[in-house]
Every structure is written in C-alpha cells, then in structure tokens.
Unconditional design. Structure first.
Length: 279
C-alpha cells in the first residue's frame, strides 16, 4: 500500500485567491514527488498555534503569505541568512532533526525571473523601489547582491524609507526618500512593491522617473492588478511587467528547500498565465 503523501500548504488570511496549490501541484507531478498541498486560512491570533500543530501532526513545510510573514520569523527555530536580513519569512521547512527552518525565497524568485527568464541586467543600473514594507525587505538583499549603481526606496513616509535603506546599506548603495524626493531623472528599473495595484491605485511617482529604457515590474499580479502596468505603459516604459515570474520562481525555491530538487518553471509559468487569462 502506498504511503500517504507528505503534507504541505500555504497559510494566509485571506487565502482563497492563492495560486500556490496549482503551482506546487504541477511541480509535484513534474518531479514525481508524493506530496499534498492545501490552503489554510488562519487569523493572526491563531497563527502560532496553527503552525506548531501542523508540524506536530506530520506536516513537512509551509508557505507563508500576508499577513503572517513577520510572525513566521518567531515560528522558526533557525533562519537562513536571507530571511534574517529581511526579518521576514515566506517558507517554513521541517528538518531531519525536528527543528523548523525559516527562509525567504521572494528576492531569489524575483532575481531569477529578471535575470534568467527575462534576460535583464541589474549590475550598474539605477533602481527605484516603491514602498518600504515587508515585500521590499524580502527583495533588497538579492537585488543589492547584483551590484546595481543605486537603489532608491520611495515611501509615503520618508522616515520609513530612510530607515530601511540604512538597514541594508552594508550591502550596497541605498537611499530612502519620500515620493517628492524621487527626482525626474529616468531610472533603469522601477519595482512596485506596494499593494496599490490590487486596489486600482497608483502611488504618486513623477512621470520623469520613467524613460524610454525603463523596465517597470509590479510584484503584484492578476487581471485586476493593472494600475502600475497601465501607468508604466502610458509613460513610455520599455517594458511593463507583472510579477507572475516571481510568483513561480519563489515557489520553485521553496519546493527545492522542501524536496531537494528544483523544478523547471517554464511550463508552469505558461500554464499559470493561460489559466489566469494573462498571456
């Protein structure tokens, strides 16, 4: 008789919109891994107890999404270097000794999409990141590892952007500003790390920040999350992209941590875009 598949899942609140079961289901079939993957809608007050219970009942790994990425830091016995620097966890993995490892695969997923899938160069480029929240914390270290000339972080609260830039200044040239400090010289890359697109809004980024060679990338994705992409196209950006590739690549990084094998992503990404009507 076949053994029961190893349990995995994603925890968030709300969580019904998540495409992670679809992605990891394809990964499991592609790699021949015996695993199940479920959605878990868990409130903030229930999070710590749920995670402990999940692993006590034989769970092997969890993805963590909004609003639990900060709380997941405390759920881990040990953090990877990138999770510790980000102070944010999106992946929990049970190790052979029974301890829980916390990792953050968001930045690695973004870099993989930008460099490998899209063939873009970050080295010696000027980057603007919109937003100074958890999403930005997760991507800063991997981006700075590619040696951009400068990473400017812009936020409605300038002090928050400045504090975040200072926290990562040991890894490269960073600068935190309010939206009025972005300037009018075009950037090579603009990354939207806010959730504004999901509500159809656009942060007040000056039009001059976009030039004919600017690549604009929204960490958000979906048929309704087009505000930033529409804005970028209207201002003549060279490319305006949603974060489908980052979604799939960060999932593949989680899968590798859990199962010891990194699945191929091209087929999954194509199927995801087709399923979502976003070709």
């Amino acid at each position: 008789m076949n053994a029961a598949p190893d349990p995995y899942g994603v925890v968030g609140h709300p969580i019904g919109h998540s495409l992670s079961p679809f992605i990891h289901g394809m990964f499991a079939r592609e790699t021949g891994q015996a695993m199940s993957y479920r959605l878990y809608d868990v409130s903030a007050g229930e999070f710590a107890g749920f995670v402990a219970g999940f692993f006590d009942r034989g769970g092997r790994g969890l993805n963590i999404t909004v609003p639990h990425k900060i709380a997941a830091v405390e759920a881990a016995n040990e953090l990877t270097g990138r999770a510790a620097h980000a102070a944010s966890v999106n992946t929990l993995a049970l190790r052979d000794d029974g301890t829980i490892l916390g990792d953050n695969t968001d930045g690695a997923g973004l870099v993989r999409d930008l460099c490998d899938n899209l063939g873009l160069v970050i080295t010696n480029r000027r980057l603007l990141i919109i937003g100074a929240g958890g999403a930005t914390r997760g991507i800063l270290a991997p981006l700075l590892g590619l040696s951009p000339t400068l990473v400017v972080i812009a936020n409605r609260t300038p002090e928050r952007a400045a504090a975040l830039a200072a926290a990562f200044s040991d890894l490269g040239a960073t600068h935190g500003v309010g939206f009025d400090g972005i300037g009018t010289e075009p950037y090579d890359f603009i990354i939207n790390a806010t959730s504004a697109s999901l509500s159809g809004e656009m942060p007040p980024v000056p039009a001059g920040a976009v030039g004919r060679g600017t690549v604009c990338y929204d960490l958000a994705y979906g048929r309704a999350a087009t505000a930033f992409v529409d804005w970028a196209r209207a201002h003549g950006a060279a490319q305006a992209l949603q974060g489908w590739g980052m979604l799939v690549e960060q999932a593949a990084e989680s899968f590798r941590l859990w199962r010891g094998i990194r699945p191929a992503t091209a087929t999954v990404l194509a199927a995801l875009k087709e399923r979502s009507g976003n070709l």
